[in-house]
Design a protein around this ligand. Structure first.
Ligand code: DX5
Ligand code: ZN
Length: 213
Protein backbone atom coordinates (compact mmCIF):
# COMPACT_ATOMS: atom_id res chain seq x y z
CA UNK A 1 0.00 0.00 0.00
CA UNK A 2 1.04 3.60 -0.61
CA UNK A 3 0.32 6.71 1.47
CA UNK A 4 1.61 9.87 -0.28
CA UNK A 5 2.53 12.63 2.17
CA UNK A 6 0.66 15.92 1.87
CA UNK A 7 3.65 17.75 3.40
CA UNK A 8 5.39 17.83 0.01
CA UNK A 9 2.31 19.01 -1.94
CA UNK A 10 1.87 22.50 -3.40
CA UNK A 11 -0.09 24.23 -0.63
CA UNK A 12 -0.92 27.12 -2.95
CA UNK A 13 -2.94 24.78 -5.13
CA UNK A 14 -4.24 21.91 -3.04
CA UNK A 15 -7.36 21.53 -5.14
CA UNK A 16 -5.26 20.74 -8.24
CA UNK A 17 -3.09 18.33 -6.23
CA UNK A 18 -6.17 16.50 -4.96
CA UNK A 19 -7.62 16.25 -8.46
CA UNK A 20 -4.85 13.99 -9.77
CA UNK A 21 -4.43 12.36 -6.37
CA UNK A 22 -8.08 11.24 -6.17
CA UNK A 23 -7.67 9.40 -9.49
CA UNK A 24 -4.25 7.93 -8.63
CA UNK A 25 -3.31 4.48 -7.37
CA UNK A 26 -2.53 5.83 -3.89
CA UNK A 27 -4.33 4.02 -1.07
CA UNK A 28 -4.33 6.70 1.66
CA UNK A 29 -3.33 10.34 2.10
CA UNK A 30 -0.62 10.76 4.78
CA UNK A 31 -1.06 13.96 6.80
CA UNK A 32 1.79 15.24 9.01
CA UNK A 33 0.66 17.55 11.80
CA UNK A 34 3.59 19.26 13.61
CA UNK A 35 3.61 21.54 16.64
CA UNK A 36 7.12 23.03 16.79
CA UNK A 37 7.58 21.35 20.20
CA UNK A 38 7.68 17.58 19.64
CA UNK A 39 9.43 18.25 16.32
CA UNK A 40 11.44 21.35 15.28
CA UNK A 41 8.93 22.46 12.61
CA UNK A 42 5.30 23.48 12.17
CA UNK A 43 3.28 22.23 9.19
CA UNK A 44 -0.48 22.82 9.09
CA UNK A 45 -3.38 22.55 11.49
CA UNK A 46 -7.03 21.59 11.54
CA UNK A 47 -8.48 24.74 9.87
CA UNK A 48 -6.45 23.88 6.75
CA UNK A 49 -7.03 20.12 6.99
CA UNK A 50 -10.79 20.62 7.16
CA UNK A 51 -10.68 21.83 3.53
CA UNK A 52 -8.27 19.07 2.44
CA UNK A 53 -10.57 16.44 3.96
CA UNK A 54 -13.50 17.89 2.01
CA UNK A 55 -11.80 17.42 -1.36
CA UNK A 56 -9.76 14.26 -0.70
CA UNK A 57 -11.58 11.07 -1.61
CA UNK A 58 -9.06 8.64 -0.10
CA UNK A 59 -8.83 7.50 3.54
CA UNK A 60 -6.83 9.91 5.72
CA UNK A 61 -3.74 8.56 7.51
CA UNK A 62 -3.07 11.26 10.12
CA UNK A 63 0.41 11.35 11.69
CA UNK A 64 0.48 13.60 14.75
CA UNK A 65 4.00 14.81 15.55
CA UNK A 66 2.81 16.74 18.57
CA UNK A 67 2.90 16.54 22.35
CA UNK A 68 -0.30 15.38 24.06
CA UNK A 69 -1.92 14.06 20.86
CA UNK A 70 -4.87 12.76 22.91
CA UNK A 71 -6.12 16.37 23.14
CA UNK A 72 -6.89 16.31 19.42
CA UNK A 73 -8.70 12.97 19.02
CA UNK A 74 -11.99 14.87 18.50
CA UNK A 75 -10.49 17.12 15.80
CA UNK A 76 -8.97 14.16 13.94
CA UNK A 77 -12.26 12.30 14.12
CA UNK A 78 -14.10 15.39 12.81
CA UNK A 79 -11.89 15.23 9.69
CA UNK A 80 -13.32 11.78 9.06
CA UNK A 81 -9.84 10.23 9.42
CA UNK A 82 -9.44 6.50 8.92
CA UNK A 83 -6.27 6.18 11.00
CA UNK A 84 -4.72 8.26 13.78
CA UNK A 85 -0.99 7.79 14.40
CA UNK A 86 0.49 8.96 17.70
CA UNK A 87 4.13 8.84 18.75
CA UNK A 88 5.21 6.38 21.42
CA UNK A 89 7.60 9.10 22.65
CA UNK A 90 4.71 11.57 23.13
CA UNK A 91 2.40 9.25 25.10
CA UNK A 92 3.26 8.15 28.64
CA UNK A 93 -0.23 6.58 28.80
CA UNK A 94 -0.18 4.98 25.37
CA UNK A 95 -2.60 2.16 26.25
CA UNK A 96 -5.23 4.70 27.29
CA UNK A 97 -4.73 6.81 24.14
CA UNK A 98 -5.03 3.77 21.85
CA UNK A 99 -8.30 2.91 23.60
CA UNK A 100 -9.59 6.47 23.17
CA UNK A 101 -8.76 6.44 19.44
CA UNK A 102 -10.69 3.18 19.06
CA UNK A 103 -13.62 4.54 21.05
CA UNK A 104 -13.70 7.46 18.61
CA UNK A 105 -14.15 4.93 15.79
CA UNK A 106 -10.70 5.23 14.18
CA UNK A 107 -7.88 2.78 13.57
CA UNK A 108 -4.97 3.36 15.99
CA UNK A 109 -1.35 3.60 14.89
CA UNK A 110 1.76 3.96 17.05
CA UNK A 111 4.85 5.65 15.65
CA UNK A 112 8.48 5.11 16.66
CA UNK A 113 11.31 7.60 16.14
CA UNK A 114 14.56 6.23 14.67
CA UNK A 115 16.24 5.91 18.11
CA UNK A 116 13.34 4.09 19.76
CA UNK A 117 13.70 0.30 19.67
CA UNK A 118 10.93 -1.94 18.38
CA UNK A 119 10.90 -3.99 21.62
CA UNK A 120 9.09 -1.19 23.54
CA UNK A 121 5.92 -2.21 21.67
CA UNK A 122 5.77 -5.72 23.12
CA UNK A 123 2.87 -5.00 25.50
CA UNK A 124 0.82 -2.83 23.11
CA UNK A 125 1.40 -4.57 19.75
CA UNK A 126 -1.74 -6.72 19.95
CA UNK A 127 -3.91 -3.63 20.59
CA UNK A 128 -2.82 -1.48 17.65
CA UNK A 129 -3.84 -1.57 13.99
CA UNK A 130 -0.59 -0.21 12.61
CA UNK A 131 2.99 0.57 13.62
CA UNK A 132 4.68 3.46 11.84
CA UNK A 133 8.49 3.32 11.80
CA UNK A 134 10.20 6.65 11.15
CA UNK A 135 13.09 6.20 8.73
CA UNK A 136 14.20 9.83 9.21
CA UNK A 137 14.06 12.10 12.24
CA UNK A 138 10.54 13.56 11.99
CA UNK A 139 9.93 17.19 11.13
CA UNK A 140 10.94 17.65 7.50
CA UNK A 141 10.33 16.13 4.11
CA UNK A 142 13.16 15.34 1.70
CA UNK A 143 15.59 13.76 4.18
CA UNK A 144 17.85 10.77 3.62
CA UNK A 145 16.59 7.30 4.51
CA UNK A 146 18.23 5.71 7.59
CA UNK A 147 19.26 2.18 6.42
CA UNK A 148 18.98 0.64 9.93
CA UNK A 149 15.18 0.94 9.46
CA UNK A 150 15.34 -2.21 7.32
CA UNK A 151 16.50 -4.23 10.36
CA UNK A 152 13.73 -2.64 12.42
CA UNK A 153 11.09 -3.70 9.89
CA UNK A 154 12.28 -7.32 10.09
CA UNK A 155 12.41 -7.18 13.89
CA UNK A 156 8.93 -5.64 14.04
CA UNK A 157 7.52 -8.38 11.80
CA UNK A 158 8.85 -10.96 14.27
CA UNK A 159 7.42 -9.09 17.24
CA UNK A 160 3.99 -8.80 15.60
CA UNK A 161 3.96 -12.51 14.78
CA UNK A 162 5.04 -13.49 18.30
CA UNK A 163 2.36 -11.31 19.95
CA UNK A 164 -0.40 -12.40 17.58
CA UNK A 165 -0.76 -8.82 16.35
CA UNK A 166 -2.31 -8.12 12.95
CA UNK A 167 -0.90 -4.57 12.85
CA UNK A 168 0.31 -3.25 9.51
CA UNK A 169 3.90 -2.01 9.22
CA UNK A 170 4.18 1.50 7.75
CA UNK A 171 7.46 3.31 7.04
CA UNK A 172 7.89 7.09 6.71
CA UNK A 173 10.85 9.15 5.47
CA UNK A 174 13.22 9.06 2.52
CA UNK A 175 11.15 6.50 0.64
CA UNK A 176 11.86 6.34 -3.11
CA UNK A 177 11.94 3.58 -5.72
CA UNK A 178 15.20 2.20 -4.35
CA UNK A 179 14.53 2.33 -0.59
CA UNK A 180 10.89 1.41 -1.19
CA UNK A 181 11.89 -1.82 -2.87
CA UNK A 182 14.18 -2.75 0.03
CA UNK A 183 11.41 -1.95 2.53
CA UNK A 184 8.92 -4.15 0.70
CA UNK A 185 11.45 -7.02 0.71
CA UNK A 186 11.96 -6.49 4.47
CA UNK A 187 8.20 -6.77 5.07
CA UNK A 188 6.74 -3.24 5.07
CA UNK A 189 3.01 -3.09 4.25
CA UNK A 190 2.51 0.65 3.77
CA UNK A 191 5.02 3.11 2.30
CA UNK A 192 4.77 6.86 2.93
CA UNK A 193 6.37 9.05 0.27
CA UNK A 194 6.47 12.84 0.05
CA UNK A 195 9.22 14.23 -2.16
CA UNK A 196 9.51 11.10 -4.30
CA UNK A 197 5.96 11.82 -5.48
CA UNK A 198 5.15 15.52 -5.21
CA UNK A 199 8.58 16.77 -6.37
CA UNK A 200 8.66 14.38 -9.35
CA UNK A 201 8.15 15.81 -12.86
CA UNK A 202 5.04 13.63 -13.19
CA UNK A 203 3.64 13.00 -9.67
CA UNK A 204 0.83 10.69 -10.85
CA UNK A 205 3.36 8.50 -12.67
CA UNK A 206 5.73 8.44 -9.66
CA UNK A 207 2.77 7.47 -7.50
CA UNK A 208 1.82 4.66 -9.89
CA UNK A 209 5.37 3.28 -9.90
CA UNK A 210 5.75 3.38 -6.12
CA UNK A 211 2.34 1.75 -5.64
CA UNK A 212 3.49 -1.19 -7.76
CA UNK A 213 6.62 -1.93 -5.70
C1 DX5 B 1 8.62 13.63 8.14
C2 DX5 B 1 7.20 13.28 7.79
C3 DX5 B 1 7.08 12.57 6.51
C4 DX5 B 1 7.53 13.33 5.29
C5 DX5 B 1 8.16 12.34 4.37
O1 DX5 B 1 8.64 14.23 9.38
O2 DX5 B 1 6.63 12.47 8.82
O3 DX5 B 1 5.75 12.05 6.32
O4 DX5 B 1 6.49 13.99 4.62
O5 DX5 B 1 8.72 13.02 3.31
P1 DX5 B 1 9.79 12.37 2.35
O6 DX5 B 1 9.12 11.19 1.69
O7 DX5 B 1 10.11 13.47 1.40
O8 DX5 B 1 10.96 11.95 3.19
ZN1 ZN C 1 4.65 11.33 8.46
Amino acid sequence: MLSPSLLSANFANLEAEMTWFNQSSADWLHIDVMDGVFVPNISFGFPVLKHVARICQKPLDVHLMIVQPEKFIGEVKALGAYLMNVHYEACPHLHRVVGQIHEAGMKAGVTLNPATPVCVLKDIAADVDLVLLMSVNPGFGGQKFIPHTLDKVRELRELLDSTGSHALIEVDGGVNMETGKLLRQAGADVLVAGNAIFAAPDPAKACEELAQL
